[in-house]
Each structure stands twice: as C-alpha cells, then as structure tokens.
Design a protein around this ligand. Structure first.
Ligand SMILES: NC(=O)c1ccc[n+]([C@@H]2O[C@H](COP(=O)([O-])OP(=O)(O)OC[C@H]3O[C@@H](n4cnc5c(N)ncnc54)[C@H](OP(=O)(O)O)[C@@H]3O)[C@@H](O)[C@H]2O)c1
Length: 356
C-alpha cells in the first residue's frame, strides 16, 4: 500500500486539491543489466521527497502499473543506473493545471514509481513509449483497462493486425503468444473482421480459454503439440496472416506453411528475451521468396498520432460485447519484479498488471 503521508505545501490558489501534505515517492532504479530472468537484486528501491508543484503541474498517484515483455528487452539500451521504464494508470491527487483536475485518471510512461509530478506541456511523448492520456470516464469498466485492451497492448493488436497484416474476410490468421494481452486481442479482432483464427499458447487452460471464451477457431498448446500437425488440422487453407509475438522455430514452421502473398506482422520475439545469445531457427528466405511473403516489424508508437482511433475502436467493441478481456493482477508495488518474471514465464492470461 502507498503511504499517504501528505504534506505537499501548496500555497497557490490554483491548487485544485483541498489536501496539503508531503509525499514520499518510491521508485525502482535498475542498477544491473538483466542476465537471464530479471531479479530483485538487479534493482534498488529508492525513496524521494517530492517538491511542491509549480503552475501547470499535477501530482499523480499510481494505482496500476503495467508489466510488459518489452521491459525485459529494452533495458540493455539504457545507461545504468536508470529509473525503470513502464506505463501506469495514476490518479491525480494534487493539481495546479485546470485541464488535469484532482480525481481524474491519467495513463503515461511514468515508470515503476508510486507518485509522479508531471507537467503535460513538457511530457515527451516521443521519448516516452506511451502518450500522456487523460482518461475519459469509462464506468463501469475498470480504469486498469487503460493498460490493456484500452491501452498500448490494445493498440498494438489493432494497428499491428489491421495495418501490417491487412486481413480480409475468410483469410486465416495464426497468432503466437495467443493468450497474452496482445495475442488474445489480435485473435478477437480477427474474428470481428470475419477471419479464421488459430492461436498457439503455453497451456491447455489458455487454449481452452481462447476457444471457449474468446472465440478463436482453434488453439494449440505449443509446448505439447506437433506444430506442423496442428497447422494442418487448424488451418487447412494454410496461413494468410501471421501475427508473430514469439519468434524462434515455431515462427519458422508457421512461415513455411503460409500461402502465397501472406503477410507477417513481427510484433515481438519473447521466446528469446531471457537468452543472452540469440537462438538459431530454420532459414526463412526460401519461403519468403517462393511464396512472395511480406514481413514487417513494427512498434506501436508508429501510430501515436492515431492513438485515440485504436482506443475508441476497442472501446466500441468492448461495449458491444465483441471484445473480451482477462487481467492477471499482481498485488503490491513490492512485487513488481515477481510480476515481470511472471509474464516471462507465462503466468498470465490476458494483461498482467500490478495493483499498487
Ligand atoms: N511491437 C510493439 O510495439 C509491441 C507492443 C507490445 C507488445 N509487443 C510484443 O508482443 C509480444 C506479446 O506481448 P504482450 O504484452 O501481449 O505479453 P503477454 O503475451 O501478455 O505475456 C507474455 C507471454 O509470452 C509467452 N511466452 C513467454 N515465454 C515464451 C516462449 N519462450 N515462447 C513462447 N511464448 C512465450 C507467455 O505465454 P505462454 O504461456 O503462451 O508461453 C506469456 O504469457 C511480446 O513479444 C512483446 O514484446 C510488441
């Protein structure tokens, strides 16, 4: 639980909070590069006394923090020590910016920290991985969805599938990492678009969830299934679109089973994130040439300028009951590392978040 020892002294009349008090923020600082699985000892938890707000700023208290696979992959690019990166849903608790009133929620890349002072005019949406968004009222939906179906993973699914794969009705889409935040969402958009959808996920329970609850046509446990046989059975018309979340040999097998002019959206390669050397996989060039495939990597912030389009489309589908979601909720700011390790091990179905 967050300590709410409130003593930020706000003398300005522009303060929209009746509370004055001092906030001590906590944050995770990465002090060692990950080797294999992330460990608690790779981080230091640091406390900071926050200063008073200036005009234009607000102070937000994290309610939900996101754990995402990119956190494992990206930190090698930062000079240490560095504040840990990440998105969060935070409630504005003090404000000197009338556009960001107390009680409203924001999502932003504030990192793994409990409290953040933010000046929206100075928020760098390009350097950050997420835009700063003032959440509209999505009652009765939980605000945590702004980290999942109504946030970055939802937009990854929306833009990655529609813009890169460009599926047409009747085509077959195969998705790896299919029960995760992005994968489970991609499959549902595929069904909304009238496609045949096949997923690969890491447990029988996840596969059952995909088939029985979210409407995938077929789902296979990649840890126990023969991938080629599964493809022959689940995708008898072969594969037109492959949404690749994992990379590695399973991707080579799927790509070799694609139709002419197939499209591959390379979203991630989680199968290798904990490895220090990149694994080898079967050569793809013959399939790409002979089937004239199109393979394109993407980062979701390519569509930062169209962010709201994705959020609004996903919200509409949610409200119409066409999009289902599941959250794996870890409890406590002290358990951030366990949560990150958890997704890399496949503990989650749907979006993994931490309730502070
Ligand atoms: N390009 C972008 O802009 C962008 C944005 C967001 C996410 N991504 C990428 O999209 C992928 C999915 O992200 P997400 O947020 O939706 O995470 P997620 O799927 O919710 O969580 C990660 C999942 O990956 C699976 N996994 C772990 N190790 C694996 C392995 N060795 N082989 C196959 N699957 C493995 C686990 O499920 P199982 O039980 O099925 O193994 C786990 O639940 C990741 O590669 C991520 O980096 C890319």
């Amino acid at each position: 639980m967050l300590t709410k020892s409130l003593s930020v002294i706000l003398s300005s009349k522009q303060c929209y909070s009746g509370v004055s008090g001092k906030i001590r923020a906590q944050k995770y600082v990465l002090t060692k590069y990950f080797q294999g699985e992330p460990k608690k000892s790779d981080f230091k938890v640091v406390e900071e006394d926050l200063r008073d707000l200036k005009d234009g700023e607000f102070l937000a208290e994290a309610e939900y923090l996101s754990v995402d696979p990119y956190m494992r992959a990206y930190m090698i690019g930062y000079k240490l020590p560095t504040d840990m990166i990440g998105g969060q849903v935070a409630k504005i608790i003090v404000s000197r910016n009338e556009k960001y009133p107390v009680g409203k929620y924001v999502t932003a890349s504030f990192g793994w920290r409990t409290h953040t002072i933010c000046n929206p005019a100075k928020y760098n949406k390009v350097a950050s991985l997420l835009p700063l968004t003032l959440l509209p009222n999505i009652d009765p939906l939980p605000v945590s969805l702004a980290l999942g179906v109504l946030g970055m993973p939802g937009n990854t699914a929306y833009f990655g599938l529609k813009e890169i794969c460009q599926p047409t009705p009747g085509e077959t889409i195969v998705i790896t990492g299919a029960a995760g935040a992005v994968g489970s969402h991609v499959g549902q958009i595929g069904k909304i678009l009238g496609c045949h959808v096949v997923g690969f996920a890491g447990t029988d329970e996840k596969c059952e969830y995909l088939q029985k609850e979210v409407g995938f046509d077929r789902a296979y446990n990649y840890k126990t299934a023969n991938i080629k046989a599964a493809l022959r059975e689940g995708a008898p018309n072969r594969v037109d679109c492959y949404f690749d979340n994992v990379g590695g040999e399973i991707s080579s097998t799927i790509i070799n089973y694609m139709n002419k002019y197939g499209r591959i959206a390379v979203c991630g390669s989680i199968s290798s994130y904990n490895d220090s050397t990149l694994p080898k996989a079967t050569l793809l060039q013959p399939a790409i040439v002979l089937k004239e495939l199109k393979m394109e990597g993407f980062l979701v912030n390519r569509w930062m300028d169209r962010w709201d389009e994705g959020i609004n489309a996903n919200l509409k589908w949610l409200n119409e009951g066409k999009l289902k979601y599941q959250e794996k909720v870890y409890k406590g700011f002290e358990n951030m590392v366990e949560a990150l390790v958890g997704i890399l091990k496949g503990e989650n179905t749907g979006k993994a978040i931490v309730k502070v």
